[in-house]
Design a protein around this ligand. Structure first.
Ligand code: GDP
Ligand code: CA
Length: 312
């Protein structure tokens, strides 16, 4: 049994590899919900949907979010009303948010809705939100940001999508995390997994919120020898998104070594890309066993090879 801590794209790619090398029903993903937000009254779970759509093979690979073969009639109609359209939702994707919002409104917990959606897409792996309780990632924009909102707090999607993660940040917090309870199955799957995998997701805003839910970090610490992580930073850069800049802005080294310093208390092994071979000794000095592998998942076959290496 494999349990993975997951954000969005980087995690979805690794999970797509994992389900090729172990039976999919032996894989459980505990997914970040700190990015969740409400727009047009709809409850949107970006990371859960990225993982679901990727494992179903229906994701838009180029965009990294949403469904392939989308239509945009609803977005065009919303423009007429002057409604916000900076967060794009395709017509088919909207059905997911309509269904989820309706179920939540009738009292069904997010973990149950997530399971229904995963089942409907034919997934055999188990997808768990980190919590059924609301945890909201808030980003403090640095005073130096060339934005009217410099020095202010914004919701994660405002930073990530509306501001295109192009402004410097000075802080990150996870509102609600300290009062949140892990979703049903989260603790059990971490306690019983043969291997726990921290996916190559943004350590601060994708894995950070999962670890902030009380109980989760503690289990990883106590099972450290069974925990492996894959660096999302390759040659000092994120393959997608702001992880490298965010790490640097928040006082971390933007490198595989910086990732090792964050994960050393909870994971015994870090997989780093061949491009970072020269960093291996510094990763070990940070307290993690270091394994050098091809860590760029440009195709599902590359992802399968990386997943296999992580289970060896
Ligand atoms: P998102 O921002 O919510 O989509 O999610 P993630 O945090 O899961 O994904 C972003 C991170 O994934 C970035 O830091 C990327 O560098 C990392 N990533 C994406 N593709 C790959 C890959 O093929 N290999 C590795 N090692 N990291 C990847
Ligand atoms: Ca995300």
């Amino acid at each position: 049994m494999i349990t993975a801590l997951a954000g969005g794209v980087g995690a979805a790619r690794l999970l797509e590899g994992l389900v090729q090398v172990v039976p999919p029903d032996e894989v459980t993903a505990i997914v970040n919900t700190g990015d969740d937000f409400v727009i047009h009254g709809l409850y949107v779970c970006p990371d859960l949907d990225t993982v679901t759509y990727t494992l179903a093979g229906v994701q838009n690979r180029a965009a990294g979010w949403g469904l392939a073969d989308e239509h945009w009639m609803v977005m065009e109609s919303l423009e007429r009303y002057g409604a916000p359209t900076w967060f794009r939702l395709g017509d088919r994707d909207l059905a997911t948010h309509l269904y989820r919002t309706g179920m939540l409104a009738s009292g069904v917990p997010l973990s149950s809705v997530t399971a229904s959606i995963a089942r409907a897409w034919g997934l055999r792996s188990h997808l768990l939100p980190m919590s059924d309780d609301a945890v909201r990632t808030r980003i403090t924009l640095d005073e130096s940001a060339s934005s009217e909102e410099a020095g202010c707090d914004v919701a994660f999607q405002d930073y990530f999508v509306r501001l295109a993660h192009s402004v410097p940040v000075s802080g990150v917090r996870f509102d609600g995390a300290s009062q949140a309870t892990p979703a049903p199955g989260v603790i059990e799957s971490l306690e019983t997994a043969d291997r726990i995998v921290i996916c190559p997701s943004n350590p601060i805003v994708s894995i950070g919120p999962v670890l902030a839910v009380p109980g989760i970090q503690h289990i990883l610490e106590s099972r450290r020898d069974s925990v492996v992580a894959i660096s999302p930073i390759i040659a000092g850069a994120a393959l997608k998104g702001p992880a490298d800049r965010m790490m640097a802005q928040l006082g971390h080294e933007a490198s595989a070594v910086g990732v090792a310093r964050i994960y050393a208390p909870l994971a015994a092994t870090l997989y780093i890309d061949e491009a970072d071979r020269d960093e291996a000794a510094r990763v070990e000095a940070a307290g993690m066993r270091c394994v050098v592998v091809p860590a760029v998942m440009s195709t599902p076959a590359h992802a399968a090879r990386l997943a296999e290496a992580c289970l060896r």
